[in-house]
Design a protein around this ligand. Structure first.
Ligand code: PGA
Length: 263
């Protein structure tokens, strides 16, 4: 029996201003102080300047706030960067690590992503690690080898990653499959493609961390997820949640997805 929570995570990227973020949080506050039975776990990944105010605004709700990125060091002369400790003190509880836009726009290597995962873990931020293949890699039938390489580079360098639930039964990390060709393109992986990749990722985790660990780890799909396709994606056995970019910017569509993905 699958006891993994359903997670709906909104990745706002470099969008929304403070007033938009605040109005959005007000809509989410209407979800109530305690999520109803069967409601998905909800997370928001706003731009760094709004982490603090959103965390304050959502303090008495079940909605979690996370960071889109972090620097691997805890402090120092790194103009423009933000450390895990600073994010944590601003109210973040999760951090995206290795989103494809960061791997591409900022040349982030697997080694750097692993260093960020380790920094997050050391500060008590839970990492949501993103992996995924490009269109060229998919067309060259290299999807599985790319995913295996990204996962093994991370697990090999991040001894602190364990998929066993924490002592309090909570999560310790999550993995997001985000095929690069589906991000922001309107092209969504079919539920079958998503399931195939997620099943493969879970096997990879099982081979390294063990079956129990693999069973406990939430695997999210990201790439043009929206109200019209969220239910068929989430219905797949190994799709435990969605990392949502474009469709999370509008509170009406995000709330619609939360409703549709509740059990
Ligand atoms: P998208 O982005 O939903 O706009 O495709 C997903 C993501 O990059 O996390």
């Amino acid at each position: 029996m699958n006891s993994r929570p359903t997670i709906l995570a909104g990745n706002w990227k470099m969008n929304l201003r403070r007033a938009d973020a605040s109005a959005f949080a007000d809509q989410l506050r209407a979800l109530g102080p305690k999520a109803a039975q069967g409601a998905p776990m909800v997370m928001l990944f706003p731009s760094a300047p709004f982490i603090s105010s959103l965390s304050d605004q959502l303090r008495h709700t079940e909605v979690l706030v996370g960071a889109q990125d972090l620097h691997p060091e805890s402090s120092g002369a790194h103009t423009g960067d933000v450390s895990a400790e600073q994010l944590k003190s601003a109210g973040a509880t999760w951090a995206l690590c290795g989103h494809s836009e960061r791997r591409h726009d900022h040349n982030e290597s697997c080694e750097l992503v692993a260093a960020k995962v380790n920094a997050a873990l050391a500060s008590g931020l839970l990492p949501m690690v993103c992996v995924g293949e490009t269109l060229e890699q998919r067309e060259a039938e290299a999807t599985e080898s790319v995913l295996a390489e990204q996962v093994s580079a991370m697990l090999g360098a991040c001894a602190g990653l364990s998929a066993e639930p924490a002592a309090d039964g909570g999560l310790t990390w999550a993995l997001a499959y985000e095929p690069v060709w589906a991000i922001g393109t309107g092209l969504t992986a079919t539920p079958e493609i998503a399931q195939q990749a997620h099943g493969f990722l879970r096997q990879q985790i099982a081979a390294t961390l063990g079956e129990g660990a693999a069973r406990a780890l939430p695997l999210l799909y990201g790439g043009s997820a929206k109200p019209s396709n969220c239910e068929s994606l989430i219905a797949q056995a190994d799709v435990d949640g969605l990392l949502i970019g474009g469709a999370s910017l509008d509170s009406v569509s995000f709330l619609d997805m939360i409703r549709r993905c509740g059990s």
